[in-house]
Design a protein around this ligand. Structure first.
Ligand SMILES: O=C(O)CCC(=O)C(=O)O
Ligand SMILES: [Fe+2]
Length: 214
């Protein structure tokens, strides 16, 4: 099931001329330049600033005790906001995923010195949070993430095991499959939001579940 989802999305992305595959052994990753327009980036940044709160980690997880692990601010955007809805609709058309599989778009703001240490977006099924997540659509299949601006220095998304990084390029959508081609959690997709060295970094993330998130 997760293997099928992974393949269906990847096949659809490969057929789309606007999508660029990032070739890397063992990871399915793609980018779409200019997916978010400059006006949309600016509007999203305003919305993020208006509602963001200190970012959280999954409660009871092994990482939850490390206070310096994720020092950014996060904003759960209103999924019925017309701009958010429009972007959601484009991401669904791009990926072929179902609306109800998608978590609400979450904005992230990193000020100078802030970071998100190396982690997986997939859930550890041995973790205390898992029963709750299992009931809320289950495992995360695809991550979609867009850069809304470029900080003056730092803030790349570094794939720490795979050994490459994606630089914040405003408007760029980055997509990757959190699962292997066999539909199992992929150890190769460990990544971090590396520290912003100067300026502020704004992104959004939207994760997709195996089943219905809501
Ligand atoms: O800030 C980044 O570049 C990565 C963000 C991230 O990994 C996440 O929100 O799950
Ligand atoms: Fe992540």
């Amino acid at each position: 099931m997760l293997a099928q989802t992974g393949r269906a999305v990847a096949d659809r992305l490969r057929e789309n001329p606007a999508v660029i595959a990032i070739p890397h052994d063992g990871i399915e990753m793609f980018v779409v330049p200019d997916f978010i327009s400059p006006a949309e980036c600016a509007a999203l940044i305003e919305k993020i600033d208006a509602v963001c709160q200190p970012s959280t980690l999954l409660s009871g997880g092994t990482l939850a005790d490390d206070v310096g692990f994720r020092t950014s601010h996060s904003a759960n955007l209103d999924r019925f906001d017309p701009l958010v809805e429009a972007i959601d609709t484009r991401i669904l058309a791009l990926t072929g995923l179902r609306e109800r599989q998608g978590e609400t778009i979450q904005g992230q703001r990193y000020r100078q010195g802030q970071l998100f240490k190396p982690h997986y977006d997939w859930f550890g099924t041995d973790q205390p949070y898992w029963p709750k997540e299992a009931a809320a659509g289950g495992q995360r299949s695809w991550t979609t993430m867009a850069y809304l601006n470029r900080p003056q220095a730092g803030g790349a998304t570094r794939f720490t095991s795979a050994g490459f990084q994606v630089e914040p390029l405003p408007g760029l959508l980055l997509l990757w499959n959190n699962m292997t081609v066999d539909g199992l959690p992929n150890p190769a997709v460990m990544h971090e939001g590396s520290p912003v060295e100067a300026g502020t970094k704004y992104i959004f993330t939207k994760w997709f579940r195996r089943g219905d998130w809501y």
